[in-house]
Write a protein that binds this ligand. Structure first.
Ligand code: FES
Length: 110
Protein backbone atom coordinates (compact mmCIF):
# COMPACT_ATOMS: atom_id res chain seq x y z
CA UNK A 1 0.00 0.00 0.00
CA UNK A 2 1.16 3.52 -0.74
CA UNK A 3 -0.15 7.06 -1.17
CA UNK A 4 -0.74 7.94 -4.80
CA UNK A 5 -1.39 11.55 -5.73
CA UNK A 6 -3.71 12.63 -8.53
CA UNK A 7 -4.21 16.04 -10.13
CA UNK A 8 -7.21 17.91 -8.67
CA UNK A 9 -7.23 21.55 -9.88
CA UNK A 10 -5.07 24.67 -10.22
CA UNK A 11 -3.96 26.14 -6.86
CA UNK A 12 -5.78 29.41 -7.52
CA UNK A 13 -9.12 27.61 -7.86
CA UNK A 14 -9.45 27.44 -4.06
CA UNK A 15 -9.05 30.95 -2.64
CA UNK A 16 -8.23 31.59 1.04
CA UNK A 17 -11.31 30.94 3.16
CA UNK A 18 -12.97 29.23 0.22
CA UNK A 19 -13.80 25.70 -0.88
CA UNK A 20 -14.35 23.78 -4.07
CA UNK A 21 -15.77 20.44 -5.12
CA UNK A 22 -13.49 18.45 -7.39
CA UNK A 23 -13.71 14.93 -8.72
CA UNK A 24 -10.40 13.10 -8.47
CA UNK A 25 -10.11 9.70 -10.11
CA UNK A 26 -13.92 9.53 -10.03
CA UNK A 27 -14.12 10.32 -6.29
CA UNK A 28 -15.81 13.57 -5.15
CA UNK A 29 -13.55 15.61 -2.86
CA UNK A 30 -14.07 18.94 -1.08
CA UNK A 31 -10.99 21.18 -0.99
CA UNK A 32 -10.87 23.92 1.64
CA UNK A 33 -8.29 26.68 1.91
CA UNK A 34 -7.54 27.61 5.53
CA UNK A 35 -5.03 30.45 5.49
CA UNK A 36 -3.17 29.07 2.50
CA UNK A 37 -3.18 25.44 3.68
CA UNK A 38 -5.38 23.26 1.51
CA UNK A 39 -7.36 20.49 3.25
CA UNK A 40 -9.18 17.69 1.42
CA UNK A 41 -12.22 15.82 2.73
CA UNK A 42 -14.86 13.62 1.18
CA UNK A 43 -17.40 15.83 -0.57
CA UNK A 44 -20.63 14.15 0.54
CA UNK A 45 -22.21 15.08 3.86
CA UNK A 46 -22.72 11.89 5.92
CA UNK A 47 -26.22 13.05 6.89
CA UNK A 48 -27.96 12.87 3.50
CA UNK A 49 -25.12 12.87 0.96
CA UNK A 50 -25.40 16.50 -0.12
CA UNK A 51 -22.26 18.03 -1.65
CA UNK A 52 -20.30 20.06 0.88
CA UNK A 53 -18.09 21.68 -1.73
CA UNK A 54 -20.95 22.91 -3.90
CA UNK A 55 -23.53 23.92 -1.36
CA UNK A 56 -21.94 24.44 2.02
CA UNK A 57 -19.88 27.27 3.47
CA UNK A 58 -16.68 27.73 5.45
CA UNK A 59 -16.83 29.45 8.85
CA UNK A 60 -13.37 29.78 10.34
CA UNK A 61 -12.03 26.20 10.45
CA UNK A 62 -15.48 24.69 10.12
CA UNK A 63 -17.20 23.34 7.01
CA UNK A 64 -20.95 23.81 7.30
CA UNK A 65 -23.35 21.72 5.20
CA UNK A 66 -25.73 23.87 3.19
CA UNK A 67 -28.64 21.46 3.57
CA UNK A 68 -29.25 21.08 7.32
CA UNK A 69 -26.27 22.77 8.88
CA UNK A 70 -24.14 19.88 10.15
CA UNK A 71 -20.70 21.22 11.02
CA UNK A 72 -17.32 19.55 10.42
CA UNK A 73 -13.83 20.49 11.60
CA UNK A 74 -11.92 20.89 8.34
CA UNK A 75 -8.62 19.88 10.00
CA UNK A 76 -9.86 16.58 11.44
CA UNK A 77 -13.09 15.78 9.58
CA UNK A 78 -14.90 15.41 12.93
CA UNK A 79 -18.60 16.20 12.91
CA UNK A 80 -19.54 18.64 15.64
CA UNK A 81 -23.20 17.58 15.55
CA UNK A 82 -22.68 13.81 15.80
CA UNK A 83 -19.46 12.77 17.56
CA UNK A 84 -19.52 9.32 15.93
CA UNK A 85 -19.32 10.73 12.42
CA UNK A 86 -16.38 12.12 10.51
CA UNK A 87 -15.48 12.99 6.96
CA UNK A 88 -12.75 11.02 5.21
CA UNK A 89 -9.63 13.14 4.81
CA UNK A 90 -6.87 13.01 2.22
CA UNK A 91 -3.35 14.45 1.95
CA UNK A 92 -2.83 17.32 -0.46
CA UNK A 93 0.27 17.99 -2.53
CA UNK A 94 1.30 20.92 -4.70
CA UNK A 95 3.42 20.93 -7.81
CA UNK A 96 3.87 23.44 -10.63
CA UNK A 97 0.80 25.46 -9.63
CA UNK A 98 -1.52 22.46 -9.28
CA UNK A 99 -3.10 20.72 -6.32
CA UNK A 100 -2.94 16.96 -5.98
CA UNK A 101 -5.03 14.70 -3.72
CA UNK A 102 -3.61 11.47 -2.35
CA UNK A 103 -5.40 8.14 -2.02
CA UNK A 104 -4.08 5.14 -0.08
CA UNK A 105 -3.90 2.40 -2.69
CA UNK A 106 -2.59 -1.05 -3.31
CA UNK A 107 0.85 -1.21 -4.86
CA UNK A 108 0.78 -1.98 -8.54
CA UNK A 109 1.92 -5.48 -9.30
CA UNK A 110 4.81 -5.80 -11.63
S1 FES B 1 -27.27 16.67 4.24
FE1 FES B 1 -25.73 17.74 5.34
S2 FES B 1 -26.69 18.27 7.19
FE2 FES B 1 -28.21 17.17 6.11
Amino acid sequence: MAWRFYEACPEGAVPPGGKRRVVVEGYPVCLVNLGGTIHATGDYCPHEAVSLGDGGRVEGETLVCGAHGWRFDVRTGACQDDPGVELPRFPVGRKDGWLYVGFWEEDEEE
